[in-house]
Design a protein around this ligand. Structure first.
Ligand SMILES: [Cu+2]
Length: 126
């Protein structure tokens, strides 16, 4: 009965495909939820680090880009560095998105390290 075997194989393949796409749909929503919120707001800072001026301050909401809607704004030589706080309170920037650090100042310093003197380009605010 090759016909039944074939149907079973197709059913199993369909089930696997359905499971995989469900997982693919769930995963980005879960990481976005865990990723972009601001339970606490650190203090402002302003210093020269490795010859570049880094500044940070609580953001009032308006003017920041749509994804992150406020919370905290960091600048490197006056150009805003896109920053966000993870659910566990650590911070990442667009320059080092996969390396969480404890404070926005640490994220700004990490960005300066990462840039190695290159100017930061403004993040497109669309
Ligand atoms: Cu982001």
């Amino acid at each position: 009965m090759p016909d039944i075997t074939r149907r079973r194989a197709l059913t199993a393949a369909a089930a696997v495909a359905a499971t995989a796409s469900a997982a693919a749909l769930v995963a980005p929503a879960a990481s976005a939820a865990g990723h972009h919120h601001t339970p606490t707001t650190p203090d402002s800072f302003d210093e020269v680090y490795k010859g570049r001026r880094i500044q940070g301050r609580p953001a009032s909401g308006g003017g920041h880009h749509h994804e992150h809607g406020g919370g905290y704004a960091v600048f490197v030589d006056g150009v805003q560095l896109h920053l966000m706080q993870n659910a566990d309170g650590t911070w990442i920037s667009v320059v080092s998105h996969y390396d969480p650090v404890p404070t926005p100042r640490a994220a700004a310093r990490a960005a300066v390290d990462e840039l190695q003197g290159a100017p930061l380009l403004p993040f497109p605010a669309n």
